[in-house]
Design a protein around this ligand. Structure first.
Ligand code: ADP
Ligand code: MG
Length: 243
């Protein structure tokens, strides 16, 4: 299997607070890895370290065999390859849906306006938002905003997409439309790392599920094992409280 990301002995502290402790993890091409765990267990920090929104305190991140922490150049390029979808959408409110999807490709990747628009339209159509290309975020529902945010991330043509609780800020009736888009992406072979509380989604879509507790990956296994026969007591306890 082709590894996209290899993380070895990743550690992250904020002041004296060790939030990630000796995390090692591989993400293979085309794989959907779901991360579950209680609030405060370090899930967001792990995602933010994976795309270098946070600097790891120590450890290694290797991307297609290259250590991305060692050179400034490879870091910048690496960051464009790791798309991110946030709980709170983080759209640019002054731009239209289409503008949100073209600004990165034009400004960061140096694409022409025409080329960026063509790519963005393809992804806005994929997420079912092609009818809303001229809408501003304030005119869209939460589910629509998140679908634009997914199209924006895809428009950068990333190698992997990282999702941090993409449905947690949504009204319940809008969760389904976003999960549906994510399932389509998963089936298309996109490499995805998804922090989620949607256990049905993890069970159905993930190739692997990681359970995190207190900054440690406690268990890393198939959804079948995690949800029906977890080996670790802390995983069992968590699922008993959650399911
Ligand atoms: P989760 O996403 O699993 O809820 P987080 O990664 O957000 O967990 O947080 C893990 C711990 O790291 C928490 O104790 C949180 O307060 C702390 N933390 C996260 N980000 C920062 C930060 N920028 N500065 C200080 N502490 C932080
Ligand atoms: Mg979080």
């Amino acid at each position: 299997m082709e590894k996209v990301i290899e993380i070895r002995h990743l550690q992250k502290s904020f002041g004296g607070n060790e939030v990630l402790k000796d995390i090692s993890l591989d993400v293979n091409k085309g794989e959907v890895v779901c991360i579950i765990g209680s609030s405060g267990s370090g899930k967001s920090t792990l995602l933010r370290c994976i795309n270098l929104l946070e600097d790891p305190t120590s450890g290694e991140i290797t991307y297609h065999g290259e250590n991305v922490l060692s050179s400034r150049l490879s870091r910048a390029e690496y960051r464009t390859k790791m798309g991110m979808v946030f709980q709170q959408f983080n759209l640019f409110n002054n731009l239209t849906a289409l503008g949100n999807c073209t600004v990165g490709p034009v400004k960061v990747l140096g694409r022409s306006k025409e080329q960026a628009t063509e790519t963005a339209m393809k992804f806005l159509e994929l997420v079912g938002m092609d009818k809303y290309i001229n809408a501003r975020p304030s005119q869209l529902s939460g589910g629509q905003k998140q679908r634009v945010a997914i199209a924006r991330a895809l428009s950068m043509e990333p190698d992997a997409l990282l999702f941090d609780e993409p449905t947690s800020a949504l009204d319940p009736e809008m969760v389904g439309e976003v999960l549906k888009v994510m399932k389509t992406l998963a089936k298309s072979g996109l490499t995805m790392v998804v922090v989620t509380h949607e256990m049905d989604f993890a069970r159905e879509v993930a190739n692997r599920v990681l359970f995190m507790d207190k900054g440690v990956i406690v268990e890393d296994d198939t959804p079948d094992v995690i949800f029906t026969n977890p080996k670790n007591e802390r995983t069992k306890e968590f699922l008993k409280r959650t399911l």
